[in-house]
Design a protein around this ligand. Structure first.
Ligand code: AMP
Length: 127
C-alpha cells in the first residue's frame, strides 16, 4: 500500500491542522486523540511516512524504531500509567488495514488508560 500524503496525520506533521501535542522527539510525535475512548488516550506516530506497523517494522531505521518505542514508554510514564512508576496500567493498540479497522493510513499506536479497559476484544454485533 502506498503512503497517502493527504492523510490527516500527515497534515498534522506538516502543521496544516492543529493537535494537542504531548511529546515530540526527533522521530516521533505524540498527541491526544480527538475522540478519546478512555481518560488517557494518546496517539504516537513516527514522523516518517509509514502506513502501518508492518511497514514501519520492515522499513524504518533502527534509530526511528528505538525513538518510537522509547516515546511510547515515556508517554505511559508521563500519563501516570506505567507499571514501573506504580501506575495501574494501559493498553497499546495499533490497527492495520481493513480487518484491523485502520481509519488513518499513517502508522500509529494508541495508548489507552485511566480506567479498567475490559476484555481485549469483543465479537462484532451479529457474529
Ligand atoms: P485508527 O482506526 O487506529 O486509524 O484510529 C485513528 C484515530 O485517529 C481515531 O481514534 C481518531 O479519533 C483519531 N483522530 C482522527 N483525526 C484526529 C485529529 N485531527 N487529531 C487527533 N486524533 C485524531
Amino acid at each position: 500500500m502506498n503512503y497517502d500524503d493527504a492523510n490527516i496525520f500527515a497534515k498534522i506533521l506538516r502543521g496544516e491542522i492543529p493537535n494537542e501535542t504531548v511529546m515530540e522527539t526527533d522521530h516521533a510525535l505524540a498527541f491526544r486523540d480527538i475522540n478519546p475512548q478512555a481518560p488517557n488516550h494518546v496517539l504516537v506516530i513516527p514522523k516518517g511516512k509509514y502506513v502501518s506497523f508492518d511497514d514501519f517494522a520492515a522499513n524504518a531505521d533502527p534509530a526511528e524504531i528505538v525513538d518510537f518505542i522509547r516515546t511510547v514508554g515515556a508517554i505511559a510514564s508521563a500519563e501516570g500509567l506505567a507499571l514501573k512508576d506504580g501506575g495501574d496500567g494501559f493498553r497499546l493498540i495499533s490497527n492495520a488495514g481493513k480487518n484491523g479497522v485502520q481509519e488513518v493510513p499513517h502508522f500509529h499506536v494508541h495508548i489507552l488508560g485511566g480506567r479498567w479497559l475490559g476484555r481485549m476484544l469483543k465479537k462484532p454485533e451479529g457474529e
